[in-house]
Ligand binder design. Structure first.
Ligand code: BES
Ligand code: ZN
Ligand code: ZN
Length: 491
């Protein structure tokens, strides 16, 4: 939707000429009062002019200070934290890219100790180099087109391309999620999936309303039937020859969540365009995985619906039937994510994947428990461990939460197999969401896939100010972890 200027990246050992359109980036490390500049080649005489204390320079990760440099250029100091870790580098370079959007040429002059550090810097820079301007293109002030890193280290062209594939997937996720719901509804997501998959070895199948009904996908249908814009299920299958393992990704794709007849109060409804983040993330992850040619089968299931109140909407107390045959009494139409995912998890389970990961902005309770940066992670130990490892590599934040057995009876229904909520109960909302989903993982009598549930209600969207490589608005969080998981499981 928003085409960012493609960044030209070069590594060099000679210092490029400064100009009014360039900025040289130097790091700041250590503690207050004993700050150290961390640089590679910049002229010592120039740096001796700066009094770090009086300038108020900080080593806090991502803190940026712009100073006048030679030939009208900028010298930019960026905090790298106390002990430079890979993710501090990513975050710091993300801040740099955000803050230096109005220069053309950024020159990084940091003493990278390894190729990993260098690649993390470029990754963070790409991630931060983003604005969503689809609805105010005239506000585009970003001139950044060139990144030069002064270093003796080398990367391959393939490594740089892989970083671009990954970070573009994150940008495209943000584009979809930032798009307002008047322009982004289930069919638009279908078109986006088809368009991106067109030139890749990805097979797409779409269930429209009629098929949703005839094939027993009662959850997606029930949630979508109150809207004029009909629901969809999309399957995107990437199956390279020789793949030994398989992952299914299931994403919550509520393009707008009014709550349905259990309508949300006005304030809580703002932001509900973000409720399709799970589906957008799964979509973009499978695209990136195919572009990276990872040797693993990956199937993304996008559960798409708009949750609207109307004369055709699902009512509280309605009983619906999910794909796997279980009946659900809908006591609150605002707990709709679990209904669409129930169908998605059932469909995915029919294909016996080794791993099954669902991603959803499922509960407000997740933000109460974990704040806005951590995703809640629930499920089977094996899948939990794999997701934790992948998240550690990407620097994304996940936190393992329990699925307490004693909470399951809260979902007992008088007339159906299960209810979607316990009315009046506020304790453990995120965990109850997980317990509900668990009922739809695997097929009776078969080995169950290793399942993980990511509740991303917190990290999907950043409604405070930008930080590190995270912009305001849609963040694209978890896309990189899903791709990393596929990478880890493919080797
Ligand atoms: N989409 C919301 C969850 C949500 C809330 C995401 C805030 C991001 C920010 C979800 O469909 C929902 O409304 N959940 C209810 C569940 C309740 C009815 C059991 C909630 O969290 O209140
Ligand atoms: Zn809801
Ligand atoms: Zn929702």
């Amino acid at each position: 939707m928003v085409a960012m200027t493609k960044l030209k990246i070069s590594l060099t050992q000679t210092i490029p000429a400064h100009s009014r359109l360039s900025a040289t980036v130097i790091g700041v490390e250590g503690k207050a009062k004993s700050l150290k500049l961390s640089k590679n080649n910049v002229d010592e005489r120039l740096l001796s002019l700066f009094n770090l204390d009086s300038l108020g320079v900080s080593a806090e990760v991502g803190a940026v200070k712009k100073l006048a440099g030679p030939s009208s250029s900028l010298i930019t100091l960026v905090g790298l934290g106390k002990d430079t870790e890979l993710d501090s580098i990513r975050q710091a370079m993300g801040s740099v890219a955000r803050e230096l959007g109005n220069v053309e040429h950024v020159i990084i002059d940091l003493p990278f100790k390894s190729k990993q550090e260098l690649l993390a810097a470029i990754e963070g820079f790409h991630l931060g180099n983003y604005d969503y301007l689809a609805y105010k293109p005239k506000a585009d002030k970003r001139k950044l087109s060139k990144l030069t890193v002064i270093t003796e280290l080398k990367t391959t062209a393939l490594e740089l391309t892989e970083l671009e594939i990954l970070t573009s997937a994150v940008h495209r996720t943000r584009d979809l999620v930032n798009a307002p719901a008047n322009d982004l509804y289930p069919e638009v997501m279908v078109l986006a999936a088809k368009k991106l998959a067109k030139t890749l070895p990805i097979k797409i199948k779409v269930w429209e309303e009629k098929e949703l009904i005839s094939e027993g996908l009662g959850g997606i249908h029930a949630v979508g039937k109150g809207s004029n814009r009909p629901p969809r299920l999309v399957k995107m299958e990437y199956k390279p020859t020789g793949a030994k393992r398989s992952i299914a990704l299931v994403g919550k794709g509520i393009t707008f969540d009014t709550g349905g007849l259990s309508i949300k109060p006005a304030e809580s409804m703002v932001g509900m365009k973000y409720d399709m983040t799970g589906a957008a993330s799964c979509l973009q992850a499978v695209i990136a995985i195919a572009e990276l040619k990872l040797p693993i089968k990956v199937t993304a299931w996008l559960c798409l619906a708009e949750n609207m109140p109307s004369g055709t909407a699902t009512r509280p107390n309605d009983v619906i039937k999910i794909r796997n045959g279980k009946t659900v009494e809908v006591l609150n139409t605002d707990a709709e994510g679990r209904l669409v995912l129930a169908d998605g998890l059932s469909m995915a389970s029919e294909e016996n994947p080794d791993y099954l990961v669902d991603v959803a902005t499922l509960t407000g309770a997740a933000t109460i428990a974990l704040g806005n940066r951590y995703a809640g992670l629930m499920g089977d130990d094996l899948a939990i461990t794999k997701v934790q490892e992948a998240a550690k590599t990407t620097g994304e934040l996940v936190w393992h939460m329990p699925l307490p057995e004693e909470l399951r009876p809260l979902l007992n229904s008088d007339i159906a197999d299960i209810a979607n909520v316990k009315i009046g109960n506020r304790a453990g909302g995120m965990l109850i969401g997980g317990l509900f989903l668990r009922e739809f993982v695997g097929i009776e009598g078969r080995t169950k896939p290793a399942w993980a549930h990511l509740d991303i209600a917190g990290p999907a969207n950043n409604d405070s100010s930008a930080y590190g490589h995270t912009p305001k608005g849609a963040t694209g969080a978890t896309v990189r972890t899903l791709v990393q998981l596929a990478r880890d499981l493919s080797s």
